[in-house]
Write a protein that binds this ligand. Sequence first.
Ligand code: PEP
Ligand code: MN
Length: 321
Amino acid sequence: MKVQLNLSPIENWIPGLNEPLVISGPCSAESEEQVMAVARELKKNPKVKVFRAGIWKPRTRPNSFEGIGEVGLQWLKRVKEEIGMLTSVEVAKASHVELALKYGVDIIWIGARTSVNPFSVQEIADALVGVDIPVLVKNPINPDLQLWIGALERINQAGITKLGAIHRGFSPLSDSEYRNEPMWSIPIELERLIPNLPIICDPSHISGNRVLIESVSQKAYDLQMKGVMIESHMDPDNALSDAKQQITPKTLGKILNRLIIREPESSDLNFELRLKELRKKIDQVDHELLEAMGARMQLAEEIALHKKEHNITILQTGRYD
Ligand code: PEP
Ligand code: MN
């Protein structure tokens, strides 16, 4: 069933947006110099509209860098005022929301380790009542579309209409080339259930390494996602968090230039005719497959009945061989 959210189009909250939205910046704000240097570089690329930097970092294990905290918000304020970029930060509880608002952050996002928890999401939603700020909700780390939708609904019910989703992949159950499995069918289903919700892809956290960022970004664009959030750092190898997946603003620029933006439809009649012809053929194959499956199920039932009438058990495992 379709999900009803009261949404404002992304073009209304990101001024001058006429191509996919690009959000970039370091995984973590580490120092004032680091934040300003990467922001200055990113500002040179007109495709990058929003600066990101985490200041409260939900790390998997303790005793690693857990973010610089409130002082980082002053640096984001400088990025906004001196460099002229929109700024964004991750929030995980009400006090984070209050501080982000106090320092004039433009966009907040809810991380994957927070969107799993309805208590935390509701606490954030309650802190947002009466506030007009765009909010992006990352998918929960587990592949649970209803939990993701529930988090979006909680924020929307607090009155936030400038709302988007971030697809950052799902914790893999077994060895994977990705840090987080993209499981593309989940954001596709989200798009089907809430067609006017902008979905932005986070290729950095899906990939977990630099090599895959371009192909994941291209796939996101090919699936009509509305933008990408890509982590960048002046010295990625020495970043205090997520070093393997961060890229320099220069590499980001090269990747963005190579990405192809495709159209959802065509006005070319020949294209449409050929597509119609191929779809007719695939519909026919689907029909034949369903008929064959139906016939198979019928036979399975006849076999079952035959065994039952002769007092024979359900399985003869030798048959499997
Ligand atoms: C991040 O954006 O740096 C982050 C912590 O991401 P996620 O919540 O997707 O793990
Ligand atoms: Mn990160």
